[in-house]
Design a protein around this ligand. Structure first.
Ligand code: PLP
Length: 372
């Protein structure tokens, strides 16, 4: 059946490179199950190769890391006011606080459990997404300072997030960095002493040294995605699938749902058992290819839920060894042997490689090569 193979040596090499670029302090972001590569395995490898702490979105993700035996500092930054902050406190999970509402929820959990919450205030520096809006920031800092004096929380960090770091020379992040610096000044003026200022993620670690501050939160880069498309990292994921069957069809035959594709010559067609339910984007139809029998072969017809058809016809001028049932196709990989990369799939389906690597479903079984 289709498999994902995770190369932890690549994660280790990427972590070392990114830590060096960031000047040492890196938080390994392993949200969305380590970008589809396995959160615990990526976390363990990153920590062994220079990362100092872990970052995830939800408290549930943080607790899963604890259950997997990870004891490093963990920050969870995206929680609704009803989230289980008491469980976070019990598991020594730090939380980000983007609003007065969330500060109140965290402080209440601290009051109930008798444990002081370690928090990072989150400032929106230009994306209008997560983080406190600029007009609410001073108030949040004042409330956090009061909560700190009461003993409910300790503010150890101020975080922001950049919206355009993957676009070279876009001035938007210069403005964001200035807003971030101003936000830290406001926090200090409110009497807070945040030790850890963190703004940069992978793209900014690679290209925007002025945004590095005390810590960089890197996620995509750990698994080998260079958000700028410049391929400076080692992709860690390889997806393969066995050929279920091969058939020969006459010229004019139609392939797949809607008879969308018509072969113009006698053709050999191979069937692979993975489809859009497994993470192959249906929108890549007509563009995508896989590596099979030593060559790139086009997918033909629409991507189905569970299967795709690959045209493995060799030109009469360059016949190769016949593709057979049981042969394995490389659907995606680092690209070293000519297989398509996550960037290729992203281009074929109008998205970014992040969406491709996080999209594979549980039927694409994951195998992780141990690496220390
Ligand atoms: C996902 C995420 C990161 C990591 O970003 P990468 O570009 O994947 O390194 C950092 N910070 C926040 C808030 C995020 O959501």
């Amino acid at each position: 059946m289709p498999t994902r193979h995770v190369d932890l040596a690549a994660v280790a090499a990427n972590t070392r490179l990114l830590s060096e670029r960031a000047g040492g302090a890196v938080m390994a972001v392993v949200k969305a199950d380590g970008f589809g590569h396995g959160a615990a395995a990526v976390a363990r490898t990153a920590l062994a190769h220079g990362a100092r702490s872990l970052g995830v979105t939800s408290i549930e993700e943080a607790l899963a890391l604890r259950r997997a035996g990870l004891t490093a500092p963990v920050l969870s930054w995206l929680n609704a006011p009803g989230a289980d902050f008491a469980a976070a406190l019990a598991a020594d999970v730090q939380t980000a606080v983007p609003s007065g509402r969330l500060l109140a929820a965290v402080a209440a959990a601290a009051g109930r459990t008798g444990r002081r919450a370690v928090v990072h205030l989150h400032a929106d520096v230009g994306m209008a997404r997560d983080g406190a809006a600029p007009q609410q920031w001073a108030r949040l800092c004042a409330d956090a300072a009061a909560a700190e004096r009461s003993g409910a929380v300790r503010v150890v960090g101020v975080m922001g997030h950049l919206g355009c770091a993957d676009r070279a020379d876009d001035p938007c992040d210069r403005d964001a960095a200035a807003r971030y610096r101003a936000a830290v000044d406001v926090a200090r003026a409110a009497g807070l002493r945040p030790r850890v200022r963190h703004l940069a993620a992978t793209a900014a670690v690679l290209d925007a040294p002025a945004t590095h501050f005390d810590l960089a939160r890197v996620g995509a880069g750990l698994v080998g995605i260079d958000p700028t498309g410049r391929r400076r990292l080692r992709p860690a994921l390889t997806v393969t699938a066995p050929v279920v069957g091969v058939r020969t069809v006459p010229a004019g035959s139609r392939v797949g749902y809607g008879h969308d594709h018509r072969v113009t010559r006698p053709s050999r067609l191979a069937l692979l058992p993975l489809g859009y339910a497994d993470g192959l984007p249906r929108t890549a139809t007509g563009r995508a290819a896989v590596l099979l029998g030593g060559r790139r072969r086009p997918l033909v017809g629409l991507v189905s839920m569970d299967q795709v058809v690959v045209d493995v016809t060799d030109p009469p001028s360059a016949p190769g060894p016949a593709v057979r049932a049981g042969d394995r196709a490389v659907v995606l990989g680092p690209g070293r042997a000519g297989e398509p990369t996550a960037e290729d799939w992203a281009r074929w389906s109008d998205t970014i490689p992040h969406e491709i690597v996080t999209g594979f479903g549980p039927r694409v079984r994951r195998f992780t090569e141990e690496y220390r």
